[in-house]
Design a protein around this ligand. Structure first.
Ligand code: CDP
Length: 222
């Protein structure tokens, strides 16, 4: 069977990972959450007592950081299960600084490309279609308006027992979008050959269907 790669990019809390996970299950592909890797790196920097805004200090940890994404969704960083803690607001508030450092991106992108080398994948992030997998078979840029994204993330956090207010979540989403789309190296932007999918008025099921339709159409064309 031909190896297929699907790239799903888009701004913060657009529902990419929820949709990407379900699409990967429907197709029997491996789901790769690249955001979890930047979050794990950020957590590790903070755990070491370093300031994520300090580029040199953060980069100095590249040789010792080891991140594993397991098929059951667990994220392991240097032997510690960080699956839950990387979703905490403190990590969200700092991850976009870490993600703007080129040396950290190069190390994580190398791992991401390796993971996609030998199997069919659905990979979600910010730069998958533009930089990580420029030859992906299907590229989707998933968006939703800011208030919708803030409510979705707020409800997700509350259901996971993460304390926050809607206003804090909205501010975090806006700030991350700004930093992610203004960084110099591999910023958030739609790939020229991506399909735009606005999920503002779609349920999860409808968004999954829409993505599966785009994939069917694209793969059918190939
Ligand atoms: O799920 P959410 O949209 O909140 O974000 P995420 O996918 O967990 O990514 C967290 C952060 O990692 C983003 O705000 C980006 O700063 C960074 N990121 C990135 O720069 N490149 C990627 N391929 C994935 C995430």
């Amino acid at each position: 069977m031909k190896k297929v790669t699907i790239a799903i990019d888009g701004p913060a809390a657009a529902g990419k990972s929820t949709v990407a996970k379900k699409v990967s299950q429907a197709l029997g592909y491996t789901y790769i959450d690249t955001g979890a890797m930047y979050r794990a790196f950020t957590y590790y920097v903070m755990k070491k007592g370093l300031d994520p805004k300090d580029e040199a200090a953060s980069i100095s940890l590249v040789p010792e950081v080891d991140i594993e994404l397991h098929s059951d969704g667990r994220v392991i960083c240097c032997g510690e299960d960080v699956t839950k803690v990387i979703r905490e607001p403190q990590v969200s508030a700092n991850v976009s600084y870490i993600a703007s450092y080129k040396d950290i991106r190069l190390a994580l992108v190398e791992l991401q490309r390796k993971m996609a080398q030998r199997r069919s994948v659905v990979m979600d992030g910010r730069d998958i279609g533009t930089y990580v997998l420029p030859n992906a078979d299907v590229k989707i840029f998933q968006i939703a308006d800011v208030p919708t994204r803030a409510v979705r993330r707020y409800e997700e956090n509350i259901s996971k027992g993460i304390k926050c207010t809607l206003a804090e979540v909205e501010e975090d989403v806006r700030r991350r979008d700004y930093i992610d789309s203004h960084r110099d190296f591999a910023p958030l932007k739609p790939a020229a050959d991506s399909v735009l999918l606005d999920t503002s008025f779609l349920s999860i099921e409808e968004a999954v269907e829409a993505v599966l339709d785009i994939i069917k159409r694209k793969i059918g064309e190939a």
